[in-house]
Each structure stands twice: as structure tokens, then as C-alpha cells.
Design a protein around this ligand. Sequence first.
Ligand code: ADQ
Length: 464
Amino acid sequence: MSRLVVVSNRIADPRKTAAGGLAVALGQALEASGGLWFGWSGRIAENGAPGQGEVNRQQAGAVQLVTLDLSREDHDSYYLNYSSGVLWPVLHYRLDLADFDSGGIAGYRRVNQLFAQKLKALLRPDDIIWVHDYHLIPLAAELRAMGCEQRIGFFLHVPLPPPLMLAALPEHDWLMRSLFAYDLVGFQSQTDVTHFERYASDELRAQWVGQHGWHAFGKTLQVRAFPIGIDVDEFQALGEGKDAREMFEQLRSDYARRRLLVGVERMDYSKGLPQRLKAFRTLLQNYPENQGSATLIQIASPSRESVDAYAALRAELESLSGAINGEHGELDWMPLRYIHRNVARKRLPGLYRAAAVALVTPLRDGMNLVAKEFVAAQDPADPGVLVLSRFAGAAEQLSEALQVNPYDTARTAETIQRALQMPLAERQQRHAALLQRIRAQDVHWWRENFLRALRDTQEPEKEP
Ligand code: ADQ
């Protein structure tokens, strides 16, 4: 069996609970092949020179974790300015928030070159390489330029917008062309695949060759959707743990005579938080029976706070939540518990299970794993209801959720009301269908499908 090499911006020790399902799933595949996981250490070498860095090695069971510290200049241009300040907003359809003048592109290329150079020194000829996410789009092109002929796959965790929106990126041609250095490119949803195909044919003049294949620049690339899942068993086992049970019991007793709604995310403008709070306010206004009862616990953990758009979002949410509690709060009840902190992963299943309704209403999301975790955490005999944005990648799979357009405040409020009033039999039916699907298409299914497709690609072709 070939050794698996995973490359991502950040890496996690797969043996730690806090690492989450993706790290566990990748960890298992890495473990089985004595693999290597390569990425940024999360540390900044304040005195480091741009384009340079030393690798750190650590052994986690059979898996080698190899990380690289980044110089301050590389970190700021590659990670803050370009990945977070340009690519993230454009890929989430937010051209208005992209800072095209930040000059981060040079650092983005430099760090991808640095990754390629350090990684190449560690590679074996029959390794199979799996690169993750938008930070590392040109990595395969850099590796190929250095002579690497291994099979290389790429998975984009975030959405791919339509061609004309991508075309707003000054370097879109270079970036999208560089995908052709991979053997396989995976997206979260069929919508993303369609956007890629339209871009490839209209902008790159690539030819469709059947069987998921696109031919351009002397190379055939396989392109398919691989919707990511969660590790349902791992998450349910977490729900059996002491921390999750205590969380559940505490909330159940605190809210015995009230209805609990929950939202959990990183604080990010893609997640539709202001729109959600407005819909919740409309719920309280339009359906007064919820006054004194419906309580939303909204967790929005700190994320990328040094990027301007995130600081503005934080201020907006603080002001909105103050307004909602001011307008609707009573001496013995506050409608909104807004928490700008992290919740320990081991408590999350208890929080989800105590909720009658989950609000997962991003404006755009590659997939959204919170939606799947919420379903996994429910008691099948008395399950909560998932209200899901049609703009999350997860909406393609989770058709039994109550789907909403988060920009439509009144209808979203109406759908939340429907969720709060849904009869038990309908809740059970919808939950059973959702649970079956997230179980069938879990994170192991996702990983195996991707790696099988990557192994099944043609032998890497030599550059003409
Ligand atoms: P994210 O944007 O981070 O991921 P998501 O998939 O919802 O979004 O969450 C990832 C994980 O973080 C989940 O396991 C969730 O429980 C956890 N998490 C989120 N907020 C938390 C909080 N406040 N406290 C504790 N845990 C929290 C990106 C893409 C998604 C895609 C994933 C995986 O943006 O669209 O689903 O990658 O591909």
C-alpha cells in the first residue's frame, strides 16, 4: 500500500478529542499506511526570513506530524491578507469584503513554494498526496515544477462560486489553471462542481472527456463532488460522555418549561449570524406565544479577529443581541444568550440534544458539519428539528431538514415557528431519514471515496 501524505494549512494530533471528526478520519488513514501529515505549526517565527522555515517533526503513533513555522511576513501575507482577506470572501461570494489591494498574493505563492520545497524532501516515489483547502491551491503546480510525479489530489472545503464571480480575482486564471496539476479535485457539492465545469470550459477552454474527466494543458483532471461527513459513532460516543450528559441535564432542568434553540459556529460573516438574530427577533414579534419561552443560545467562537471584517461583525452582533434582550427580556428571562467564546467539543452533543431546534443558517457554507452533528446528537424518540439554510452545501444531502433562505427574515421566522410546533411523529420521521443519510455518508465514506478515486486516476502523465 502506498503511503498517504496529507497536507493542510493546520494539522491536528488525531489522538486528541478536541481534534474533531476530520482529524480522526484522516488520522485513521494516515495510521494505516504509516503516513505523514504536513502543515503550518500555527507558530510565527518573529525573526524568520520570508520564504524560509525549519521543519519540526513529531511522532503520533504510526503517523509522522511535520510542521513548519512561518516568518511574520509570510504569515501575514499568505494567511491573513490573501487566504483570509481575499480567497475566503471571494469563495463565499462576498466580493464586497475582499481586499484585492492587500498585496498578499506574493506571500501566498512564496509559502506554497516553501511548502512544496520542504515537502519534496520528505516524499517517496510511490506516495499518494492529499492536499486540503484554499490556502494550498497552487501546491501541486509547485511540486510538479520541482519534478514530483506522485499522484496528488485536492479537496476544497469551502464553496466554489460561479465563473463570473471567480473572475473578479485578479489572479483567477493562474489559480484555476494550477488545479490542472492535480490528478483529482474534489468539491463539497454538485453546485460547486457545476461552477468548476463552467469555468473550465468557458475560461480555460478545457474539454470534457467523460467519466468526470476534463482535459487541458496536456493533462486530464478528474473532478467530482465528495460531500464531507462526520464520524457519527465518535460523535454519539462523545454524547455518552460525562461532560455532554452534564451539559444536557443542566440545560434540561434550566429550560424545563421553556423552548431552547441553538446556534453554534465560528464567528464568521459567511455564517449569517446577524440575519439569524433578526429572524429570531421577528419570531418573538410575530409569534408572541414565544415571549417568555423561546430562548436562543448562540455560540460564536472567536475567529480571525485581526481581519477587519471580523471586528465589524463582532460589533454588529453585540449591538443586535443587546437590542433583542433590551426589547424582549424580562426580569426572569432573557431571550438570547449570546456567547463569544469556545465551547469544549466534548460538551457540544449535550448542548445540541437539549435543543428543540437548531438554527444552521449560513449565507454560504462549503458543507456545514454542525448541521450533521446536531442530527447525530438527537434522541431518536424525541428529536429536535434542524432549520437549515439552502445555501449550505449540506442542503443538497439534508432534504428532510426545514430549509430556509436566510436573507428572507419573515419566512425564516415562520419556519422556525413551524419547527417549534412540529408534531412528534413528523420530527421522528424527518430525523430518522436524516440520521440514516449522515450515517451512510459519514466521514469515513468521504475519505474512502476520495482516496479510491485518487488511486483509480490514470498513472500521472509526464509533462509534454
Ligand atoms: P468551518 O467553517 O469551521 O469549516 P463547520 O463545518 O460548521 O465550519 O464546523 C467545523 C467544526 O467546528 C464542527 O465540528 C463544529 O462542531 C466545530 N465548531 C464550530 N464552532 C464551534 C464553537 N463555537 N465551539 C466549539 N466547536 C465549534 C470548513 C467549511 C465548512 C465545512 C468544513 C469541513 O467552512 O463548510 O463543512 O470546513 O469541510
